[in-house]
Design a protein around this ligand. Structure first.
Ligand SMILES: Cc1cc2nc3c(=O)[nH]c(=O)nc-3n(C[C@H](O)[C@H](O)[C@H](O)COP(=O)(O)OP(=O)(O)OC[C@H]3O[C@@H](n4cnc5c(N)ncnc54)[C@H](O)[C@@H]3O)c2cc1C
Length: 448
C-alpha cells in the first residue's frame, strides 16, 4: 500500500503537565524518530517532541546510504519508502576540477538486495520515519507531539549535575521528566547546548568542523536517470574541499547543492556570504554544466541553506568528536556532531547512534536517572564504532583539497577498471577506505 506523505500525521493527545516518561526524545528527524522507535520497541514509555508539523521539509542532499537502509529495514520503514517514488542509487560519479570524471559502481550484491542506497526528498523520508515512530510510541503507552518546541532543558546540580527533563511549548507550556533525555534536535539541539556549553563549559560549534551547505530542487535537468542510476559529486574550482552535488531524487526531480567547510569558505573571498551565488554561477556559466541546465527550472522556494556538524576529530580534545552525553542525557546524530566529513552523510550515523544510545538504557536499573558512568560508556562506544571511519574521512577531505592530486587520481581511475573496483570496495567497506589516504597506495595508483 502506498504511503501518502502529504497528509497530516495524527499524533494523538498531548501529555499532561508533569507527566513522567522513561525516555524523552527531543527532535523528530531521522535520529529522534529512530531513537523513539527503538525505545518503544524495548517497552519504554516515550515522549517524542518535534517543533515542526508534518509534512515538513529538511535541507539535505536526500541520499540515504546503505548504513541507513539497514536501520530503516529493522524499523519497518523500508517497505513504506519502496511504496513511494524514489531513486535507486547504483553508482557515484566523481569529477575533478579539470573536467575528468569517473563513475564508481556501488557493490552489485547491495544493489541487487536493494540495500546500496536510495535518494528521495527528506520531506518524504522523514515523514515515514516519524509516522512509524508515532505508531510504535503510542502502542507502547507513550506520547508524541508536533508543533511543540523544547524551550528549556531541566537539570539539577545535586548530588552531581544531571539532566532531569524538559519544558515544552505547544498550545500550552508544560514540563516533563524522565531518567533519560535523548538530544536529537540537530546542530542547534537545546539538549546538546545544555550538555556541552552550559553545564560543561565546552565548545559546541567550531568552524573547522562545521560545513555550510545550500540546496535547491530543479526539474528538467538533462542526463540524469529516471528512477535508477548514479548520483554526482563534482569537486570543481571554488568549492574544493567541499563538493557540488547533483542527486536525482525522483523521476524528473533533482536535488542540486553545494557544501563547504566554514573555515575554508571564509578563506575564499566573495564566497563566504553566498553559496547560492556560487551555485548559480556553476549552473549558468560552467562549461560542463550550463547545457544540462539550459531548459531546467528551479522549484520555487526550494533554495535554502543549513549547516552540517562534522564528526572529524577535534585537535587535542579529550572526548571525540566532542562531548555527547552526561548524567541524564545522550545526544545523537547531528546533535552529537556525527556527519561524515568527506561525504556529508549524516543520516546513517544518526540512526546508528540512536540504536546505540537506546541499547545502553535500562528503565529498571536507571529508574533514578541515567548515570554518568553509562554516559561515559556511550561516548566511548560511539567513538569506538565511528572514530576510525570519521578520522579516515577527515584525512580524505584534506587530500581532496589538493587539486592536482585529485585531477590525476580521477584521470587514472577513469582509465583503470582495477582502481574502480578498489573504489567500489571503499564505498562498501570502512576497512577498505583506509587505503584511500595511504601515501603508498596513492603513489601506486596515481604516479605509477
Ligand atoms: C545541505 C545538506 C545536505 C546533506 N546531504 C545529506 C545526504 O545526502 N545524506 C545524508 O545522509 N546526510 C546529509 N546531510 C546531513 C543530514 O541532513 C543530517 O545528518 C541528518 O538530518 C541528521 O539527522 P538528525 O535526526 O540528527 O537531525 P535533523 O534531521 O536535523 O532533525 C532534527 C529535528 O529536531 C527538531 N528540533 C530542533 N530543535 C527542536 C526543539 N527545540 N524542540 C523540538 N524539536 C526540535 C527539528 O525540527 C528537526 O526535525 C545533509 C545536510 C545538509 C545541511
Amino acid at each position: 500500500m502506498t504511503v501518502d506523505w502529504t497528509v497530516p500525521i495524527d499524533t494523538g493527545a498531548p501529555p499532561k503537565d508533569g507527566e513522567v516518561f522513561d525516555v524523552i526524545v527531543v527532535g523528530g528527524g531521522p535520529g529522534g524518530s529512530a531513537a523513539a522507535s527503538y525505545s518503544a520497541m524495548n517497552g519504554n514509555k516515550v515522549l517524542l517532541i518535534e517543533k515542526d508539523v508534518w509534512p515538513r521539509d529538511k535541507i539535505c542532499g536526500d541520499a540515504v546510504g546503505g548504513k541507513s537502509l539497514r536501520h530503516v529495514k529493522e524499523l519497518g520503514v523500508k517497505e513504506m519508502i519502496e511504496s513511494t517514488p524514489h531513486f535507486r542509487v547504483t553508482g557515484m560519479l566523481f569529477s575533478s576540477s579539470n573536467g575528468q570524471n569517473v563513475t564508481i559502481a556501488l557493490p552489485k550484491e547491495d544493489v541487487e538486495r536493494k540495500e546500496a542506497g536510495y535518494a528521495l526528498p527528506r520531506k518524504q523520508f522523514d515523514y515515514m520515519m516519524f509516522k512509524r515512530a508515532t505508531e510504535l510510541v503510542i502502542e507502547n503507552g507513550g506520547k508524541v507531539v508536533q508543533g511543540t518546541k523544547v524551550i528549556d532543558v531541566l537539570h539539577k546540580s545535586e548530588p552531581n549535575p544531571h539532566i532531569t527533563g524538559v519544558m515544552i511549548e505547544g498550545e500550552v507550556v508544560s514540563s516533563h521528566s524522565a531518567p533519560l533525555v535523548i538530544g536529537a534536535g540537530g546542530w542547534k539541539c537545546p539538549v546538546a547546548k545544555k550538555v556541552v556549553e552550559e553545564l560543561n563549559g565546552e565548545v559546541l560549534t567550531d568552524d573547522d568542523h562545521y560545513c555550510g551547505a545550500y540546496r535547491e530542487y530543479w526539474t528538467g535537468v538533462k542526463d540524469v536517470g529516471d528512477d535508477e542510476g548514479s548520483i554526482e559529486l563534482h569537486f570543481v574550482d571554488d568549492v574544493i574541499p567541499g563538493y557540488w552535488w547533483i542527486f536525482p531524487v525522483q523521476k524528473g526531480l533533482v536535488n542540486v547543492g553545494i557544501g563547504m567547510v566554514l573555515s575554508e569558505q571564509q578563506k575564499q573571498t566573495g564566497v563566504k556570504k553566498s553559496l547560492r551565488k556560487l551555485q548559480q554561477k556553476l549552473i549558468h556559466e560552467h562549461p560542463l554544466f550550463k547545457d544540462r541546465f539550459a531548459d531546467a527550472t528551479m522549484v520555487k522556494g526550494s533554495g535554502r541553506g543549513w549547516q552540517l556538524p562534522f564528526g572529524s576529530p577535534r585537535k587535542g580534545a579529550k572526548l571525540q568528536p566532542r562531548r555527547t552525553a552526561m548524567a541524564g542525557a545522550m545526544c545523537i546524530g547531528d546533535s552529537a556532531s556525527l556527519v561524515d566529513p568527506f561525504s556529508g552523510e549524516g543520516v546513517g550515523n544518526a540512526l546508528l547512534s540512536a540504536k546505540l544510545a537506546v541499547s545502553l538504557f535500562d528503565s529498571d536499573k536507571h529508574a533514578d536517572g541515567f548515570p554518568e558512568e553509562m554516559a561515559n560508556e556511550y561516548m566511548n562506544k560511539l567513538w569506538e564504532k565511528l572514530g576510525p571511519e570519521l578520522s579516515n574521512s577527515f584525512k580524505i577531505q584534506k587530500i581532496v583539497k589538493r587539486k592536482r592530486l585529485m585531477n590525476m587520481f580521477v584521470k587514472k581511475a577513469a582509465k583503470r577498471p582495477a582502481l574502480q573496483d578498489a573504489l567500489t570496495d571503499a564505498l562498501a567497506s570502512k576497512e577498505a577506505q583506509k587505503k584511500l589516504h595511504s601515501p603508498l597506495w596513492l603513489f601506486r595508483n596515481i604516479i605509477l
